[in-house]
Ligand binder design. Structure first.
Ligand code: GN1
Ligand code: MG
Length: 353
């Protein structure tokens, strides 16, 4: 089997290891590797090279950050990739680029947030990561996906899809298109952020979903994982994606939209956890945009899903007809429920500052 050669590149005997698909990422393929012969467990990933066009940039960033943290904060738990027999950070063959991480012993991850403590711990971990790197030269990071969270570009890609996309689908999505075009003030605020000196470029994780945090046996956050999209960015990226993925009890895959909710206590958990480590780093201007972060990220994700639907699912793929339209509608409902609560959320965060 294709993965056998990958295992051999790491000197794992394919006959002794069990490989099972792992997680629910949309972009990379992930497997868990375990064995009856030892307690060691690993995570194997194939990097999607349609998305990450230069996978060596990912490896370079991870090494850059690992070296810095090793020097400045050696006690910080940073999970570096396992080296191949050839001492490289990745294995490459005609099937693609692969890398292996040790699976942290006695740790676990979750797919949906259902306790205040998990949300708090996760936010605290992402904030810790950014805060430990606040004196790191953020511009020394390579760009693994150009303009990844550049909302202006995402908006212009949406505009192109409206011109050149699948005509039938454009027809079907009229109400959603109209709603998103009516919210362009969200893009305008982002344009202003880009030229506002009160906003700092920071080391952002850019994929702060809950399954990217490992928890230890005491249910404390142990570390963050999945560092492919670590790049320079604004704090609204990480905080916003936590809001997008922790506030509602259901994910973007839920088609029963009545179940989508914005839970105040989880918003408080994100704010408490994040500000616990980042309060002294954020400027007043940044703090004033804390709630905006949620609008920014949820809106961007709605636009990305809808754009992909109009472009025949070229990026995210789809498991059934209309899948990406459903995801976009789900995110639109989440955005609406979020905006309805804006005042309450602003009050919560103001009390924490
Ligand atoms: C993708 O594959 P996954 O789930 O880690 C995407 C994120 C989206 C997310 C939506 C590189 O992440 O930006 O928020 O899907 N990552 C990339 O589920 O596009
Ligand atoms: Mg990811």
């Amino acid at each position: 089997m294709m993965l056998d050669r990958v295992l051999e590149a790491y000197n794992f005997d394919p006959a002794k290891y069990i490989i099972k698909p792992f997680g629910n990422g949309l972009i990379n393929h992930t497997w868990k590797i375990s064995s009856d012969h030892s307690n060691d467990v690993y995570i194997l990933q194939r990097i999607n090279t349609n998305v990450f066009k230069q996978p060596e940039n990912i490896a370079a960033n991870i090494k850059n950050i690992a070296d810095y943290l090793q020097k400045k904060n050696p006690e910080y738990l940073f999970i570096a990739p396992v080296k191949t027999v050839a001492r490289t950070e990745m294995h490459q063959d005609e099937e693609g680029y692969f890398r292996v991480f040790p699976f942290l012993k006695n740790s676990y991850s979750i797919d949906v947030v259902n306790t205040y403590a998990h949300a708090f711990e996760a936010a605290n971990q992402f904030a810790l990561f950014t805060s430990l790197l606040s004196n790191f030269n953020v511009r020394s990071l390579k760009i693994t996906i150009p303009d990844f969270h550049n909302l202006s570009l995402r908006f212009s890609q949406f505009g192109k899809a409206l011109k050149n996309g699948n005509k039938e689908r454009i027809e079907k999505a009229q109400t959603d298109i109209k709603y998103l075009l009516d919210q362009t003030f969200i893009v305008e605020v982002f344009e202003a952020i880009k030229v506002n000196p009160g906003f700092k470029l920071r080391v952002m994780h850019h994929d702060t979903k809950i399954s990217n945090v490992l928890f230890n046996a005491e249910n404390k956050g142990a570390c963050v994982i999945d560092l492919d999209t670590v790049m320079p960015g604004y704090f609204i990226s990480d905080v916003g994606d936590m809001m997008r993925t922790y506030l509602s009890p259901v994910t973007e895959e839920e088609s029963d939209f009545d179940k989508i909710k914005v839970r105040d206590e989880y918003f408080k958990a994100i704010a408490d956890g994040y500000l616990n480590k980042m309060r002294d780093k954020l400027s007043e201007t940044e703090k004033a945009h804390f709630v905006y972060a949620g609008k920014f990220l949820i809106y961007m994700q709605a636009i990305r899903f809808l754009t992909d639907y109009l472009n025949n699912d070229a990026y995210y793929g789809s498991k059934y007809e209309g899948h990406n339209l459903m995801r976009a509608k789900n995110q639109i409902v989440l955005l609406q429920r979020f905006i309805e609560k804006e005042q309450v959320l602003n009050r919560i965060v103001r009390d924490i500052y």
